[in-house]
Design a protein around this ligand. Structure first.
Ligand SMILES: *Cc1c(COP(=O)(O)O)cnc(C)c1O
Length: 348
């Protein structure tokens, strides 16, 4: 089985968001680009001169730098705070932008000799995750004036707050940015995919920061018309077996399996690849028809089929994200990001 990555659809999604909202896009490509492959996706960004992306951890950023050609205009924003033993990497690499999630972070970064041009301030409104607290704004303003600091950016996160609370955050954030001096920040951003759906184009922001939307999928509450799915998981049936005379199938007594047909098709994917056992009972698409997945083992999956299905026919899994989400009771961000690196990603 392979994961096919559609270059056309990925670029379509970024351009669509950019045009519709009239903002630049910071594609968020953490968690192996939501399972799509960080290497392939960062190369695409470079190819289409999309000069910025974001990840959660420094290791993800360093992984990208290993695989792309050196281009000092291509920047990678890291959301998590950087530990002091990694600050050298940041100084040596002007492509990396880091987040000051607290005043302590900020003073550590500046003391270590990191330029404020490489730092983005994360403002937190008291939801208990990372972020410079709202109440420290005076300290921050004095520091900016005293040392004449120009930052790479300033941002916050809307989380999944209620609509009205989101509006309050947007207003507070806007005030703060104005107070600190809008021109002291190259990038101003606060919207993930859900934030885009809810609040559209926010005047103060320069960028949008979507993850799932650039890959063309949705979760509850987040929706955007005309995005195209970038991911497809496809492969071939490598064998078909008639099991009518067998008592056991894999590790189960056959009569205990929810089967009605007498043949199984074998495909090469399993829970060792991140295709979880809870997929049993859901459907695979073969020749545009749905067939039930009977058993998921570590490397192999069995699908019950009828006589119309042949060896080498093509099989697609996770072909309909909304039924996958409903069946697995997991969101697609989870389902995709746990697919193992062992599954080859192929750019089409
Ligand atoms: C993951 C993440 C995003 C992207 O979120 P989506 O819901 O996938 O659009 C944006 N901002 C931050 C800080 C994130 O951690």
């Amino acid at each position: 089985m392979n994961i096919f990555i559609s270059e056309k659809n990925f670029i379509h999604n970024i351009n669509l968001l950019k045009l519709k909202y009239n903002k630049d896009i910071i594609p968020v490509i953490k968690a192996n680009a939501y399972g799509h492959d960080i290497k392939i996706i960062s190369k695409l960004l470079l190819k289409y001169k999309i000069n910025i992306c974001a990840v959660a951890r420094i290791f993800e950023a360093l992984e990208i730098l290993k695989h792309i050609n050196y281009d000092k205009n291509f920047k990678i924003l890291i959301f998590e705070s950087i530990e002091s033993n990694y600050l050298k990497e940041i100084i040596n690499n002007s492509q990396l932008l880091i987040s000051a999630n607290s005043l302590e972070d900020l003073s550590l970064y500046l003391k270590s000799g990191i330029s404020s041009n490489q730092i983005q301030l994360k403002i937190d409104f008291g939801f208990g995750r990372n972020g410079i607290f709202y109440k420290n704004i005076d300290v921050l303003r004095n520091l900016i004036i005293k040392s004449n600091l120009k930052f790479s950016g300033i941002f916050t996160h809307l989380f999944s707050v209620e609509y009205e609370d989101g509006i309050k955050i947007i207003n507070n954030f806007t005030e703060i940015v104005k107070e600190l001096g809008k021109d002291n920040f190259q990038m101003i951003h606060l919207q993930n995919s859900l934030g885009i759906t809810r609040y559209g184009s926010i005047p103060i922001s320069t960028h949008l920061r979507p993850g799932m939307f650039v890959f063309g999928f949705y979760e509850e509450g987040a929706f955007e018309n005309n995005l195209q799915k970038v991911f497809s998981l496809k492969g071939k049936i490598i064998n078909i077996r008639d099991i009518s005379s067998l008592k056991y199938l894999t590790y189960n007594l056959k009569k205990n399996l929810p089967m009605t047909l007498s043949k199984v098709a074998i495909i090469k994917i399993g829970y060792g690849d991140g295709f979880l056992k809870i997929n049993e009972g859901s459907f695979a698409l073969i020749n545009n028809r749905q067939f039930k997945i009977i058993s998921v083992m570590m490397d192999t999956t069995l699908i019950e089929v009828d006589d119309s299905v042949c060896i080498n026919d093509s099989v697609q899994l996770y072909y309909d994200f909304s039924s996958t989400r409903n069946y697995l009771k997991m969101n697609m961000c989870e389902v995709l990001s746990i697919l193992s690196n062992k599954i080859p990603r192929i750019l089409i």
